[in-house]
Design a protein around this ligand. Sequence first.
Ligand code: ZN
Length: 339
Amino acid sequence: MRVEAHQLRVSRFAFSSGFFVWLFALALSGLPTVQVQAQVKGRDYVDLSVVASRLGMKSYWLAGYKTYRLKSRWTTIDVDKNAKSIQINRVPVYLGFPTREWKGRLLITKADYDHVLLPILVPQVFGPSPGLKRIVLDAGHGGRDIGASNPAYGLKEKELTLDVSRRLKKLLENAGFEVVMTRDSDVYIPLTQRPKMANRANGDLFLSIHFNAAGSASAVGFESFALTPQFQASSKFSKPSWRDNTAWKGNEQDPWNTLVSYHIQRSLVQRLGGPDRGLKRARFLVLKHLDCPGVLVELGFVSHPSTAQKLRAAAFRQTLAQSLFEGIVGYGDRLRRIR
Ligand SMILES: [Zn+2]
């Protein structure tokens, strides 16, 4: 009996010291940990009801059991079954992997918890936030590289990107930011040079501005791209391949890439209404080699007739610049609140 009592004391001690070690580790890591609920094909999944309570949110199925909602005072997240994107405050945000239903519960991958939910909802867990003073604006294309075009409306992507960049530069400088442009005239600059210029300039944020074109005249809307995290497929692919195993320099900024892209996409939605093609992932050359957070925006399809008509108007291009400006300011406010 004495031995058992002794053992009991020992195990209590082990339990309580283990508990404090855990608390200490949590404080050190800072990451709200969630228990992995299931493994499918070697991939870890977490239960969204557990995620919600871990993040201090309510969660419930909406009528019809197709959509699961996580809700706090500020944030509403809607998640569908087997979905490749979720809605965060009505902005579509692409996941690395589809959601899964499991025993009446809805699961997302641990990777998406780490790369999508935490950066947007609780970015402070990723440690000291970057500064936001010097912004590098990258007007896409230029010179012999015209980019997308719509001759019927007299539109060239290289001219639109430069026009919006110049308007945005003025707005940012008036608000006290420093602005560096990768080009401020109609010159050709190779893609590889653009992130190098941002790194040399010691930029705090890299924003690459583009417009889309599609074979079909019906393609419409705007989208923002953050660099795809390691081991994930970019949004246009259905599953990862060995090529996705590389960690690029830009991946060191993963949480901030996600956060700034979300703020910019949300700001575009708020100003323009839609159609909102969402926050997507791609390994664009200009994003892979950055030392600072970066985002690439596609501000609309020049091939879409009514978009093309709008883009001819300086007032509309000013609205685009204003939306980007407000997105950057929103991101800056968020960084300041968590510093
Ligand atoms: Zn482009």
